[in-house]
Write a protein that binds this ligand. Structure first.
Ligand SMILES: [Zn+2]
Length: 350
């Protein structure tokens, strides 16, 4: 399967934090042919392992399988569903979104509703409608009917967005944070042949609520090096000031120097930069973005794991639809492969 098709399938799959099953099943299917072993841990991380020729060092690449979404917290008497947010979502983007409520009886289509603009006061019109005041309308006439449709407190809700190709290189879809990292990981393992280092390719869970899956996976796997493959903010849209978000779509993979959770280990950053230069892969450096990736947790495992982050710049992440450039995805794969091949060069000499 082509890289873009893998990305499409992963983007269309639903895996709100804590309910990553669909994404995990896909990832398992895609990774399995390219690793020596594949398994799940007790909380649901997917762990692929490819043994190195020379057994050392061991590197963990991580891409999170979960996506931000909503969770039902109450069914109102009239059948409307109140919800809470899972992960960082801007209240301003919720109203009028098409959503899917994932019930035990199957998916249900709904829309996020609010008090109509026609009867809002002037003050209300100027204010952001908070998530607490919004509700999901699934067309149920009352609470009993909603329950009969299968809705229960705790059901997760995802955005209903289908992947689309906008131009030759630019695609739109939901959950590119971090299905793009997942796609890069699959394609990297497909292209990786004989390497010296042992590689753990880990699809992590619950990243969006505090990097939880990566924490336990890294503890178990005891890697020598960690690299998170993730999506980051593209600062190339109107209204973003110079220096506010240094990365842009279409300019190659983004290497984190520091974020809110990690200062990239100098050796790992050097490994990434040298690998890019050696292979003439364009790259961008990023710092000053609020937020963190799985690498923040991997780095602090046991006595410490030198770690870094390789990201793809995407517009509108954590919203129902993001946009990215396929050439960045291809370059990110090339850089990840080159980096894995170069690990012994940097980490065995010092
Ligand atoms: Zn992410």
């Amino acid at each position: 399967m082509k890289l873009v098709e893998v990305l499409e399938k992963l983007s269309n799959a639903n895996g709100v934090t804590g309910r990553e099953d669909n994404v995990r099943n896909l990832m398992k299917k895609y990774l399995k042919p390219f690793v020596d072993e594949i398994r799940e841990d007790k909380l649901g991380n997917l762990i692929g392992f490819k043994k190195g020729k020379n057994d050392a060092p061991t590197i963990m690449i991580a891409a999170h399988m979960d996506e931000v979404g909503l969770m039902i917290k109450n069914i109102k008497k009239k059948g409307f569903l109140q919800f809470t947010k899972i992960g960082g979502i801007d209240d301003r983007i919720l109203f009028a979104q098409n959503v899917i409520v994932h019930t035990d009886k199957g998916p249900i289509t709904g829309v996020v509703g609010s008090k109509p603009i026609h009867i809002q006061t002037e003050i209300e019109k100027k204010k952001v409608i908070e998530a607490d005041k919004l509700f999901i309308d699934i067309g149920a006439n009352n609470k009993e009917e909603a329950e009969k449709m299968g809705v229960q407190v705790g059901d997760v809700v995802s955005f209903d967005t289908k992947f689309a190709q906008l131009s030759k290189d630019v695609v739109l879809g939901k959950a590119f944070d971090d299905r793009v990292g997942c796609a890069v990981m699959v394609e990297t393992m497909r292209r990786l042949h004989d390497v010296d280092c042992n590689v753990y390719a880990v699809g992590t869970i619950q990243e969006e609520v505090g990097l939880r899956g990566a924490t336990i996976a890294a503890f178990k796997l005891e890697p020598d090096i960690g690299i998170a493959l993730d999506a980051t903010v593209s600062g190339d849209t109107p209204g973003v000031g110079e220096g506010e978000a240094p990365a842009s779509m279409g300019k190659g993979p983004v290497l984190t120097v520091a974020d809110a959770g990690l200062i990239a280990h100098p050796k790992v950053l050097r490994l990434l930069i040298d690998s890019a230069k050696e292979n003439k892969i364009p790259y961008q450096l990023e710092t000053g973005i609020r937020g963190a990736t799985d690498a923040a947790r991997i780095a602090l495992t046991r006595e410490g794991v030198p770690s870094g982050v390789l990201s793809i710049a995407a517009r509108y992440i954590h919203s129902p639809a993001a946009i990215l450039n396929l050439d960045d995805v291809e370059k990110a794969v090339e850089l990840t492969v080159a980096t894995l091949e170069n690990v012994p060069k940097i980490f065995l000499m010092s």
